[in-house]
Design a protein around this ligand. Sequence first.
Ligand code: URA
Length: 252
Amino acid sequence: MKLRLHQFLARTGVARNNFDIMQMIKKGRVRVDKDVVTAESFIFDTNRRRVFLDGKEINLQPTRYFLVNKPKGHSCQRGEYPNVTDILENILKTEPEAMRSLFVVGRLDRDTEGLLILTNDGKTASKILQPIEKIEKEYEAVIDGSLTPADIEKLEAGVTIVVESEDYKTAPAKVKLVKRVKIPMSCKTTSVARIIITEGKKRQVRQMFEVVGHPVISLKRVRIGTLKLEDIGERWVKEVTRSDVIDAIALD
Ligand code: URA
């Protein structure tokens, strides 16, 4: 397998973040076979060459796959706290390198809860993230106001949201009203809806409901492909195999 040097180091779990990886390389602490390499973009065949950090050989971590039920308030961004990786601490407390090699596939906002995949398998992760794969992601949203059939029609056909400061029309989606809830002692109504999208633009679901006049009050991802939040059970984390993930999202 061919990897860039910084990708290789990330997957060995020797560093806490990208900055630390860059520093290790820049300071000449990393050797590939006999050569000190100071270019993080250096590409090499991991099966043919050996890598040393401060003279000690380092190796890729075996690939691991975890389903995590992310609580509200946890961040998916490395270096931000509390972090989703904290949830794995109990399971991986004797394996800090394995823990540091993991990354989130398809982030959730800090204020969104629900199903996440964490892995150190970059190849599978990038397949999941390829828009061309059109993997379904299902969310349960509690939204302000009463969602109407006309709103559903607009959302399903695609609405214009903002992605990286540009207008972007969302791909066709599926939307279902689960129930409307009257707030006692007020004239307000909220709605619970399920929405299935195949993209993953920043704050996409929140923006989509905002466009049709129903800001999101709370949001939970309940499914990715055929992987379901309820599969995790009572615990916050479930370790699964590569084939569990591959089959669930119909890859390969
Ligand atoms: N859509 C959002 O708006 N937020 C998420 O976290 C995921 C999808």
